[in-house]
Design a protein around this ligand. Structure first.
Ligand code: NAI
Length: 302
């Protein structure tokens, strides 16, 4: 069948080769889904141990997906082998972007480190390569400054766990071209995600609403008006939320919550709902970070 010009143009621009930088919680999830959906993926980390662990984690996770999709047998094995054959690993970010159509950065949440990385990649990647950051709390525009491809720069904000969570926030800075934005959204759909569009504002959509909500829950407890347990019960049974705010904070990590609010508070000191919370500060100072440390608002010690 003949394709329309628009379809051909879209296909010519389709993203096939993806380099994911950072093989932690988010990077490994993004790399996994990209490999599962037929992209040629290179997953990079400065830490060779991290990237090796990530590859094993992905193998185990794809095996679970294959079993769920196909049960036991040949189709499951085929899905598993094909997915894994699409995934390469590397510790050399610069070399890994040479044939990339898209680079998704998911390294440590630090502006200076992200800028250093993108500045190096800008000189090494082909002209057509789109750069995107998965940052949760740093303005995309501040990261993009490190490059001379502002029209080919944007945000691709995934949610944890990436293989499970359906949403992808696609973020544009004023300079992002329409072609880049369409390509990013198209890739999101090819990844099996539902995309939403957002400008480069603090927290984008989900975290801009969720983080202040969680801090309001803490403030309510700080004022002695209700207990964490009762707040969680209330929001689950009264608002239909699958998790209460304190369960959610323990799951996300109290250090992450503090990091995000501190960043926003520094940028917008007069904004009441971005103010830090003494109760959360104390928990973090005591090493009570949530599920991952065994204790946060609740105890997870076995
Ligand atoms: P993580 O700590 O699990 O993984 C970060 C990885 O990056 C580590 O393996 C580290 O060795 C590697 N790395 C650090 N500097 C590097 C460099 N210069 N070059 C190559 N690799 C480098 O972190 P996580 O949680 O995966 O977060 C990554 C990014 O994703 C952050 O920007 C964060 O804001 C964002 N994000 C995190 C979410 C979460 O729920 N944890 C949700 C959505 C976005």
């Amino acid at each position: 069948a003949r394709r329309s010009f628009a379809q051909s143009a879209a296909m010519a621009n389709a993203i096939k080769n993806v380099t994911v930088i950072g093989s932690g919680l988010m990077g490994s999830g993004i790399a996994q889904v990209a490999a599962q959906t037929g992209h040629n993926v290179t997953m990079v980390d400065i830490d060779p141990v991290a990237v090796e662990k990530a590859q094993k984690r992905i193998g185990a996770s794809i095996a679970r997906v294959a079993k769920k999709k196909f049960g036991e047998g040949d189709d499951a094995a085929k899905f598993m082998n094909e997915s894994m054959s699409h995934l390469k690993t590397s510790t050399d970010a610069v070399a890994s972007v040479e044939s990339a159509d898209l680079v998704v950065e998911a390294i440590v949440e630090n502006l200076k480190v992200k800028k250093e990385l993108f500045s190096k990649l800008d000189g090494a990647a082909p002209a057509h390569t789109i750069f995107a950051s998965n940052t949760s709390s740093i303005p995309i525009a501040k990261i993009a400054e490190a490059t001379s491809r502002l029209d080919r720069f944007g945000g691709l904000h995934f949610f944890n766990p990436v293989p499970v969570m359906k949403l992808l926030e696609v973020v544009r800075i004023p300079e992002t071209s329409d072609g880049t934005y369409e390509a990013m959204k198209g890739w999101g759909k090819a990844m099996g995600k539902v995309t939403v569009e957002c400008k480069d504002t603090p927290g984008f959509i989900v975290n801009r609403l969720l983080v202040p909500y969680m801090f309001e829950a803490v403030r309510l407890v700080e004022r002695g008006e209700a207990s964490p347990r009762d707040v969680d019960t209330a929001m689950k049974l009264g608002a239909g939320h699958p998790m209460g705010p304190f369960e959610l904070m323990d799951y996300v990590g109290l250090d992450t919550g503090k990091f995000i609010i501190d960043g926003w508070h520094a940028d917008y000191p007069d904004e009441e709902i971005f103010k830090p919370s003494p109760m959360l500060e104390k928990l973090v100072a005591d090493g009570k970070l949530g599920v991952k440390s065994g204790e946060g608002f609740y105890s997870y010690k076995k």
